[in-house]
Design a protein around this ligand. Structure first.
Ligand code: AMP
Ligand code: GLY
Length: 432
């Protein structure tokens, strides 16, 4: 069978690699893909949100499964358009995708389903929102309602910052239409984690938890990014806690959607804060995380395409997941200026690591190729993932590989998985 993957990031490269290794797959296509993806897939220059263009490509390539990676095409209704033409699709339709596309809708569903989340108020004009924060507690969280590529969340320590955030949303319209409705949320304290689960509309199959690093600099300083690194599994989230999260978050949300006649087929990603009073939801994503995918998939022993097809066909109940015991550590390498801007055209040396270092996988994100040479072409450039028996060994392997990569202005965090590696103490060679 042929598979068509939609998207162009490190997440899609990780998915494409699994698709290429699947016993069910004869040919992998990707739109638009990137320089690394073109090693395993036929890339087509069609933008991921060009619904007509992707549908046309699907008619031409006749895939047995279409996998939609990013949120924008899901929120734009790409899955619905493809399903209407009879294609099998991994990824929810537009209505279910509003769990990510509208933070207000996500809150409405959580309220109806009794899911624990930060207290909030919704506003559609500046004056009322500004009046509300005058009487409130600080810090407070201001969120643009719609999609803002991870940039629409501002944690305001002082009233001044909160007012600035509201001005950016309502007056300067920095987030476009996405910021014309705003949520003002209680600020939760604790550790964050991501719990992703496969879903076929009814059945739910949890993936092992992952820990993302959102800020650009070591020690969680600097602005938020799409994610600068990740590790999996997460010792702080043992199996019993992950199960509790699935039972109290994923299952009631999917059931509430079902009740409203909304079918969720794909991966439901809950971003959580582990607070003193239990896990609380920060956000939902309706897709695989980036870079969570690059840290989760190398540990998955199952055929990913078989699982995705089961989601699309509603037969997930028959599947069981199998995981490698090794730990996975993923380090993101970003270009100069990220996350405020990005630098294009810097030549990258040291690629081709996959062959050289066993247990290391490199996924491309913002890369382009010309005359056999690789150049930066976006903010996040590469994701380097390493597997080993301990976090300590896996992070050493990942950073050894990162040290082989070089380009002008390259940035990466030095503290990815430092915490679980430290917690292992002097244990080496054997999983904790
Ligand atoms: P979101 O896109 O909603 O996940 O927000 C991005 C990031 O902002 C999260 O990963 C958290 O680090 C932070 N954040 C969002 N909501 C809250 C909240 N209610 N309390 C504390 N931090 C938050
Ligand atoms: N790593 C966070 C996300 O994919 O949204």
């Amino acid at each position: 069978m042929r598979v068509l993957v939609v998207g162009s990031g490190g997440r899609e490269h990780a998915i494409v690699k699994k698709a290429a290794a699947s016993g069910l797959v004869s040919e992998v296509h990707c739109a638009p893909g990137n320089a690394g993806i073109s090693r395993q897939a036929v890339c087509h220059p069609v933008t991921d949100t060009d619904i007509g263009g992707i549908a046309g490509l699907a008619r031409k390539t006749s895939p047995g499964l279409v996998v939609i990676g990013p949120e924008a095409p899901l929120c734009a209704g790409l899955a619905d358009a493809l399903r209407a033409e009879g294609f099998k699709v991994f990824g929810p339709g537009r209505e279910a995708a509003m769990l990510e596309g509208s933070k207000g809708f996500a809150k409405e569903i959580m309220d109806a389903a009794g899911v624990a989340t930060a207290g909030y108020s919704r506003f559609s004009e500046y004056a009322a929102a500004a009046a509300h924060i005058e009487d409130g507690l600080f810090p407070v969280v201001i969120k643009a309602n719609g999609l803002a590529a991870g940039k629409g969340v501002i944690i305001a320590e002082q009233p001044e910052q909160a007012r600035d955030a509201l001005v950016r949303c309502f007056v300067e319209r920095s987030f476009g239409a996405a910021g014309l409705e705003v949520l003002v949320e209680e600020c939760l304290i604790g550790h964050e984690c991501s719990v992703l689960a496969l879903c076929d509309g009814e059945n739910i199959l949890p993936l092992e938890p992952a820990q993302d690093y959102k800020r650009i600099y070591d020690g969680d300083r600097g602005p938020n990014t799409g994610g600068m690194g990740c590790y999996s599994p997460v010792p702080r989230v043992p199996e019993a806690l992950a199960e509790e999260i699935i039972e109290t978050v994923h299952r009631p949300v999917v059931a509430e959607l079902q009740k409203r006649g909304i079918d969720f087929r794909g991966v439901l990603y809950a971003g959580l804060m582990l607070t003193d009073s239990g896990p609380q939801v920060l956000e939902f994503n309706v897709r695989f995380g980036d870079p969570e995918t690059q840290a989760i998939l190398p540990r998955l022993e199952n055929d990913l395409i078989e699982l995705m097809l089961a989601c699309a066909e509603g037969t997930l109940a028959r599947q069981r997941l199998r995981w490698r015991r090794e730990r996975c550590v993923t380090v993101i390498i970003a270009s100069a200026g990220y996350p405020l801007s990005s630098s294009k055209g810097d030549e990258i040396s040291g690629l081709g690591l996959d062959g050289g270092l066993p247990g290391v996988e490199v996924c491309h994100a913002g890369t382009a190729e010309a005359d056999g040479r690789f150049f930066t072409a976006g903010g996040r450039v590469l994701a380097v993932s390493a597997l080993d028996n301990t976090f300590k060994a896996a992070r050493q392997k990942a950073y050894d590989a990162v040290a082989k990569v070089n380009f002008d202005g390259m940035q990466f965090r030095h503290d990815i998985a430092a915490e679980p590696a430290e917690a292992e103490g002097n244990l080496t060679g054997r999983p904790a």
